[in-house]
Design a protein around this ligand. Sequence first.
Ligand code: F6P
Length: 361
Amino acid sequence: MELLHGRTTLSKFLIEHLRETQESNDLAALLVDVAAAIKAISAMAAKGALGGYLGEVDSHNVQGEVQKKLDVITNETILRHCEWGGLVAGMASEEMDEPFEIPAEYSRGRYLLVFDPLDGSSNVDLNVSVGTIFSVLRHDGDERPAFGDYLKRGREQVAAGYAIYGPSTLLVITVGRGTHGFTLDREIGNFILTHPNLRVPEETSEFAINASNQRFWEPPMQRYVDECKAGRTGPRARDFNMRWIASMVAEVHRILIRGGVFMYPRDTKDPKKAGRLRLMYEANPMAMLVEQAGGLASTGRERLLEHSPQTLHERIAVILGSRREVELIEQYHRDHDCGDDVPFSSPLFNERSLFRPEARA
Ligand code: F6P
């Protein structure tokens, strides 16, 4: 009993936390079901090769990406944990072309669950941290949800979260009242509140981007990254660190813990794609978590949570993290769109330049 004293479990937190909101206990119950799926996925991820979970299957998802065994198994795991309780009206995921309909033997609830069951799955065989990302939307009425019912703006999410399967498994959630982290106590099988009220520091000297795409970026992104790389000899007048794990959950988790900015901007590598990351089950939930922790999330030109989705699997540019950096990147996009941007190589950048960010403040 000593061990349990004073610890806040996920269920206790949700019941107390949601008591003062409009949301019903159904939302708490749904998040507990999602957490149960996450515990099962955590156990699979931890077993790795010993569980026979590594490697690929002979199929592709709707994005044309080769599916890993774990992509398929984790998708099933979430569906099975959440279909039966009368809490969701339908579910959609990265791994399914069409939304999942709740089987006739179960009743439908008042929420839609949209998720990426195993984000960063290209890292699974490497034993690098991967995760699950999810978003909860409201569904009004008793009708079976139509495709269009899923296409809600990010600001309409009632809850969002991710799990990170690293040396420890954490579940980070928001129901619109701050962002809170829970660590899985494997012996007891409970998520315990360990990171209440996460806050993204406003300022940072760390950025994350896949720099191999630099030649495909738009000028404002080229400008921002060139300036960071120039460090104290450039207009930012301080040195920056760069990180790239190629696992969005791991990058966002780092930003929630110690700040930074994560960018997967629009590029011209494949002109058919408006970005790499998916709006509904990657960008939107992460944007809500980051904003609830005091950070910002943008496409560079628009607040991510205001973007109106056109399709379920839509891709979008993502720039999120420490407020000051995201604001600066948005400013560079505005400068560019007004024909006003200044490439870093410009002689205007020097010690006395008006374009030094401090000079603009
Ligand atoms: O599908 C998303 C994802 O795996 C993210 O988790 C990650 O940030 C990104 O793609 C990695 O992209 P790249 O392969 O270009 O490094």
